[in-house]
Design a protein around this ligand. Structure first.
Ligand code: 0A1
Ligand code: ZN
Length: 883
């Protein structure tokens, strides 16, 4: 039954005497309903008496009427699961307060008051990991988006900025380190206890508050800013982890320098602390001066972290650091503006990583993430614009759309303006809105004014959901090439009619004979259809379009295979080369799956693909990092996205068959590439990383064609590995095979790294994502493993996210995979709703899956929806998915 619509839609819920009671839907929050808060809170004083079981909090707020808001006789102080122990107004106990849905409603008569409220919270039972919680004996906080209200009563909304002074006290032995935002201004001790007082001079919203208390050690360093100020830097971890923090610290210093050079942004406190915690719902959090990180994005050494882990750490450290300006100095007016800070900061971290390593490879990786995570969101029931119009639970909107598509939208502005003018736009934005809670509209206006762009129509990218489809055809007559472009922005839930949007497309027209083009051009398609002509082509050129992925769209074109082979080999834009290779393989797989290929056509396509891949292996002008990208097969999600309704079983079979065919044709080339790359010693430079990348890719193709040979090679790569990239790559291939080498290496891996949580996460994930035909059984057994727990989000993700992303297992035709994920959601929801709700989208794709499986997926969603006491998070995702 459709419980989403029943409580809210007028007339949609016909009350019947014998109908089961409907759960009450959490209220819908709407962007249009924004009103400024009636009160300002210039100062906030917090006093924490810390304990794992029980922490006593006294909050003293100075409040004053907000002249820019409607008069508010009652102040609403948000609370979640709190009980006020005492409420004082101007030092006098108040009795006239009431409670409303967890919030404290306090009538105030004057222009300004001091409010003091005491509460007691229980960090050790806080399994949601929002607010103040215990993790491995330490205390830490997570307040974005609405966690602060689980600590004390407060106007917990991003447009209420306050200056915080915080005192915390607790047992010295248990909590030798006491940290908060800003600068430590006083310390003291008495008996077994000690205290510290912190002051943050920068007004901030409550979601940026942070506190950490625990037995931690720090890697210490410093950074001198462009104006010559020395900033103390610390990366705090548990004692045994200190020697795995060097990369994090170096990444932080590189981020600080880069933001000065590229965006002119200087750090604004004398201290910057990072703390790593092992229980964390997300990657990391940008609390002012006290970033809290998931250990996954701090700890690394070559023995335990892969090259991807190293890159991830650099990117996330950069991301959180860059938030200091794009997020903290300028924050969001309300949560609908989340992409203001997240889209912009993702773009900033992407550009940073591009500059630190291989720019084209980073661009390809970012596009792959967008296609894997965001395109399905945009074409499914949870589609929303980068600036949503409504939500029930804001946690559900920390999405690939808000983050990654948000970054693409700003990247398009940068492409249209050029780097220099874009910088003028961002300078103006930082200047104009420093210290404010701003909107996406403020950002667009600043870019318009600063960069000199007209973004009137471009604003549609903020309000329209859905990935535009751009149709492309090229005709040739005489000396003229005519390019016809069309665009359709697909309907999405709640948005049936869409306007055409400006789509900046970088393109080049290649001369077939010379393999050269006369210069890259930028065309902006801003109508439903348009035509562009290009003179001076005696012969029909080869079109390279959406180079560098200049717009987040799907290109639909009928292009001869030989043109793709040409571009894959000759395009001077590395992204376009990758794209041509992907298109070559995707085009074939889509045709093969939809049954439109005869045996001869199939064989011819496979031969062409193998030849193109062989050319990539042989191309001496490529470095291995890029070679690896060109050799990657398109993921199953990407292939499924090309079809209206997909059959995961058939896609999997065709994709594996192509892999096997290529592996057979190129066996000797792949083995030679593996041997050549294996001679390189371990280094962290591009050559070293590239060598490791192509080694494992070679194994994956070989595994499809000749499992015994691949297994032997993988086992030897595993046994001789002196780094985690090689070892994990080899084990990934072995985990998918039924050979003798598999079990021994899996046991060895576990024994070798037992006790190292981040590596044991990999051990779970490798098995859950494996191609092994019994992967489902393995996942069930792993769920009963003593190291598995629903209380640690990293562990849950390592088993179940990996499983939900493993098409052959998750989409088992009998629906067992769907049942397992629904069971997980139901078991996890009462413990950690935020993480539980993140598993819903995998089942929510049912409309795009063949009818047999679709019915099974839907019925699992219905089973979840029917459960009593669902969290707001899961309720919203499940009901939207069933709508
Ligand atoms: N602002 C953080 C993301 C984040 C959001 C919510 C969290 O709470 C569970 C934690 C982190 C970022 O973009 O890094
Ligand atoms: Zn962020």
């Amino acid at each position: 039954m459709d419980i989403a619509r029943t409580p809210e839609t007028p007339g949609g819920n016909v009350e019947m005497a014998d109908a089961a009671p409907q759960p009450k839907a959490p209220p819908m929050i709407r962007r249009d309903d924004y009103r400024p808060f009636g009160w300002l809170v210039p100062e906030t004083k917090l006093d924490f008496e810390l304990g794992l079981e029980s922490t006593h909090v006294t909050a003293t707020l100075t409040v004053a009427r907000n002249a820019k808001a409607d008069p508010a006789p009652v102040i609403r102080l948000n609370g979640d699961g709190l009980e006020p122990e005492s409420v004082l107004v101007d030092g006098v106990p108040a009795t006239n307060w009431t409670m409303d849905e967890g919030d404290l409603m306090l009538p105030l008569t004057g222009e300004a008051h001091e409010i003091r409220i005491a509460t007691t919270i229980q960090p050790s039972t806080n399994s949601q990991l929002m607010g103040l919680y215990a993790s491995n004996g330490m205390l830490c906080t997570q307040c974005e988006a609405e966690g602060f209200r689980r600590i004390t009563f407060f106007p917990d909304r991003p447009d209420v900025l306050s200056t915080y002074t915080v005192r915390m006290s607790g047992p010295k032995a248990q909590f030798p380190v006491l940290l908060c935002n800003g600068n430590r201004i006083a310390v003291g001790e008495g008996g077994d206890s000690h205290w510290a007082e912190w002051h943050d001079p920068w007004p901030k919203p409550s979601y940026l508050f942070a506190l950490v208390a625990g037995d931690l050690v720090a890697r210490n360093d410093s950074f001198t800013t462009m104006s010559g100020r020395k900033v103390e830097l610390n990366v705090y971890v548990r004692e045994g982890d200190l020697d795995r923090t060097e990369h994090a610290m170096e990444s932080l210093k590189r981020s600080m320098k880069w933001d000065e050079e590229v965006f002119g942004r200087e750090y604004d406190l004398d201290l910057f602390n990072i703390v790593a915690v092992s229980d964390f719902n997300m990657g990391a959090m940008e609390n002012k001066g006290l970033n809290v990180f998931n250990t996954k994005f701090v700890l690394a050494d070559p023995e335990t972290a892969t090259d991807a882990d190293y890159d991830g750490i650099e990117g996330v450290i950069g991301h959180e650091y860059f938030h200091n300006w794009s997020g903290n100095r300028i924050t969001c007016r309300d949560w609908f503006q989340l992409s203001l800070k997240e889209g912009f900061t993702v773009l900033r971290d992407q550009l940073f990583s591009q500059d630190m390593g291989s720019a084209p490879v980073k661009r390809i990786e970012d596009v792959r993430i967008l296609r894997m995570a965001q395109f399905p969101e945009d074409s499914g029931p949870l589609a929303h614009p980068i600036r949503p119009d409504s939500y029930r639970e804001i946690n559900n909107f920390y999405t690939a759309t808000v983050y990654n598509k948000g970054a693409e939208v700003i990247r398009m502005m940068r492409t249209m303006a050029g780097e220099e003018r874009f910088r003028a736009g961002t300078d103006l934005y930082f200047d104009r809105h420093d210290g404010e809670a701003a909107t996406c509209e403020d950002f667009v206006e600043a870019i318009e004014d600063g960069a000199g762009l007209d973004l009137k129509q471009f604003r549609l990218w903020y309000s329209q959901a859905g990935t535009p489809k751009v149709s492309v055809s090229l005709e040739h007559e005489g000396n003229t090439a005519t390019l016809r472009l069309g665009q359709v922005v697909p309907s999405t839930p709640g948005q049936l009619d869409k306007q055409p949007m400006p789509i900046p497309l970088k393109l080049a027209l290649f001369d077939r004979a010379s393999g050269k083009h006369g210069g890259e051009q930028l065309v902006v398609l801003d109508k439903a259809a348009d035509t562009f002509t290009f003179d001076g082509f005696a012969e029909k050129p080869v079109l390279s379009i959406n180079r560098t992925f200049s717009a987040p769209v799907t290109i639909e074109r009928d292009v001869p295979r030989e043109d793709l082979v040409f571009l894959a080999a000759k395009d001077d834009d590395p992204f376009a080369r990758y794209e041509a290779m992907q298109e070559l393989m995707t085009g074939h797989l889509v045709a093969a799956v939809s049954g439109s290929l005869g045996d001869n056509d199939r064989a011819a396509a496979r031969a062409d693909i193998a030849r193109a891949l062989g050319a990539v292996i042989a191309d001496a002008t490529l470095d291995d990092l890029m070679r690896g990208e060109l050799l990657l097969m398109p993921g199953q999600t990407h292939i499924a996205e090309q079809m209206l309704v997909a059959d995961p079983g058939r896609i999997h079979a065709e994709r594996e068959a192509l892999k096997a065919a290529v592996g057979a044709v190129l066996a000797e080339d792949l083995v030679a590439m593996h041997a050549r790359a294996s001679t390189l010693p371990f280094t962290m430079d591009a050559a070293g990383k590239g060598a490791r990348k192509v080694k494992t890719i070679a194994l994956t193709y070989l595994a499809g064609a000749d499992p015994e040979r691949a297994s032997a090679l993988a086992a030897s790569q595993y046994d001789s590995a002196d780094n985690m990239t090689d070892r994990q790559g080899a084990l990934m291939v072995l985990a998918g095979l039924g050979t003798a080498e598999r079990t021994a290496r899996l046991i060895d891996f576990y024994n070798r790294y037992q006790g190292n949580a981040l590596v044991i996460d990999k051990w779970f994930a490798l098995q859950a994502s494996s191609l092994h035909p019994q992967a489902i059984e393995h996942v069930k057994a792993l769920a009963d493993h003593p190291d598995f727990t629903l209380r640690n989000p990293n562990r849950v993700r390592s088993l179940y996210m990996a499983f939900a992303g493993n098409p052959s297992a998750f989409h088992a035709a009998d629906g067992e995979g769907y049942r397992m994920v629904a069971d997980l959601i139901l078991a996890l929801d009462p413990i950690n709703p935020q993480t539980a709700a993140r598993f819903v989208p995998s089942l929510g794709r049912w409309r795009r899956i063949e009818p047999g499986r679709a019915a099974l997926m839907r019925s699992e969603l219905e089973r979840v929806a029917a459960a009593p006491h669902l969290s707001r998070d899961t309720f919203e995702q499940v009901t939207r998915s069933l709508d």
